[in-house]
Design a protein around this ligand. Structure first.
Ligand SMILES: *Cc1c(COP(=O)(O)O)cnc(C)c1O
Length: 460
């Protein structure tokens, strides 16, 4: 950089901190946040991303338009309902309201009648038990993985000195995404996995043969993110029940997704009612997959088993916060939520909306299958439509306001309205038309081409 380089004249931090707008922002924003915004603008000028004259205006505009957190709300136009990268289930209106209500002081552990301490999470638990009449008791923890760890650990009986083998089929040793493997997770509890059967076929006798005085529990895990087809065999929960009774062992079923009852749209997806009726002592599901609620791990089943789990010291370390309890209770008390609606969408209506969008943005309607995504039902297509646009629009749409996340596939940008609330259709139209105008000047500039959203193939 020579002396005439304008980048030499990037305003200094003390000068920028003294701007009246920056001082005013300091009344509510922390100094660390303000300094980070200043430093970002200075680096942008250093790398030539913005002209030096734009440093101060950029800071002032960032300070005034700054949202409360760095999480940016987006419209999900991918057609993937439980999109792991977009926060899985979007909450229903009642659940959002419940979160807002619980954000301040709430009677989460107080009986307002007596003024004394009460049990945390009673409302959520009662709502869950109403939704799952087959369960005698319920416990809510942070997520499905925590629920599984806790159940396996607590049901070992005499603790670490007791028997520590968990019998599980080789066909169910799953990796749940982002590199997390259930076998590794279980190993952290000091338990040993006693793998039985083969990748594609496991029989009741395989379980029976593996049971010794070291066996702590039988575990059935739903293969929620892949399918084995062809020459396959698996053992049903009802068959394992008899074996568990014979040896007085707990039977744990990790179902992954949280369907309360069978859903005709997803015939292969297990549900809580059926798993409990088949004889699982406890079932484990996530709150933010097909259940459509907040991140949570639900443990439902026999009272003695759930009580044993709830009393384990680890349960305290996995305790959910009041916001989660509020959102979960509101989700469970209602039959409708955005996940349910997207799954059971009226196809005629979806087609009409897609045709209208295509017309208003000069795109082409193409057949497009949505997916359940990280919530389960691997490989099950949800037939529908999308509006096809040039691939270069995808990045501009993501970075727009509102951000619109479309699917990038085989060199195309596909806008699927399945997971977009109908009330937001016009925002999509405006976003696409604005993105089109923008890309007119710099078509394809800087766009990174990638194929396929990982959630289409790799459910988390
Ligand atoms: C998703 C899933 C988990 C993990 O649940 P989280 O709520 O993501 O922690 C565990 N087991 C199965 C079968 C799953 O599908």
């Amino acid at each position: 950089m020579d002396d005439t380089d304008p980048r030499r004249s990037i305003p200094r931090t003390d000068h920028l901190l003294a701007l009246p707008e920056v001082i005013a922002a300091g009344e509510s924003l922390s100094q660390a946040t303000i300094k980070a915004i200043i430093s970002e603008a200075q680096s942008a000028a250093r790398t030539g991303e913005i002209p030096v004259a734009e440093v101060a205006p950029t800071i002032i505009s960032r300070l005034s338009s700054r949202s409360a957190s760095s999480l940016t709300p987006v419209l999900n136009a991918t057609g993937i309902i439980v999109h792991t990268n977009l926060g899985r289930a979007p909450l229903s209106e009642p659940a959002r309201q419940a979160v807002a209500d619980a954000a301040g002081y709430v009677d989460v552990e107080m009986d307002l009648e007596t003024g004394r301490r009460s049990k945390r999470g009673t409302g959520a638990k009662e709502a869950l038990l109403r939704a799952c009449p087959g369960a005698e008791d319920a416990l809510v923890v942070n997520n499905g993985a925590a629920a599984l760890l806790l159940a396996v650990t607590a049901l070992r009986g005499e603790g670490l000195t007791g028997p520590g083998e968990i019998v599980i089929s080789r066909g169910e040793l799953i990796e749940i995404g982002a590199g997390f493997r259930l076998p590794d997770l279980m190993a952290t509890t000091g338990s040993r996995l006693r793998e039985v059967g083969t990748t594609n076929r496991t029989h009741l006798d395989d379980y029976a043969q593996a049971i010794t005085d070291q066996t702590a529990s039988l575990l059935k895990v739903h293969t929620s993110n892949f399918r084995v087809e062809g020459f396959t065999a698996a053992v049903e929960i009802s068959q394992l029940r008899d074996l568990a009774d014979e040896h007085e062992l707990p039977l744990i079923a990790d179902l992954g997704s949280g369907l309360f009852e069978p859903d005709p749209y997803l015939p292969e997806e297990p549900d809580i009612a059926s798993a409990l009726a088949a004889g699982a002592d406890v079932v484990i599901v996530s709150g933010d997959k097909l259940l459509g609620g907040p991140q949570a791990g639900l443990i439902l089943g026999r009272r003695d088993a759930v009580q044993t789990i709830a009393k384990h010291p680890l349960a305290r370390a996995m305790r959910t916060d009041k916001l989660t309890l509020a959102a979960l209770e509101a989700t469970v008390a209602n039959t409708q939520n955005p996940v349910h609606e997207a799954l059971h969408i009226d196809l005629d209506r979806l087609k009409t909306r897609t045709d209208r969008l295509a017309e208003l943005v000069s795109g082409t309607v193409v057949a497009h299958d949505g997916r359940v995504g990280g919530g389960g039902a691997p490989g099950v297509p949800l037939p529908g439509w999308a509006v096809e646009l040039p691939e270069a629009l995808a990045r501009v749409l993501r970075l727009g306001d509102p951000g619109v996340v479309a699917r990038v596939h085989q060199g195309r940008c596909l806008v699927d309205l399945r997971c977009v609330p109908e009330a937001d259709d016009d925002r999509i139209v405006e976003a696409v038309n604005r993105a089109r105008e923008k890309t007119q000047d710099s078509l394809g500039d800087g766009d990174v081409s990638f194929d396929d959203d990982p959630d289409f193939t790799n459910h988390d």
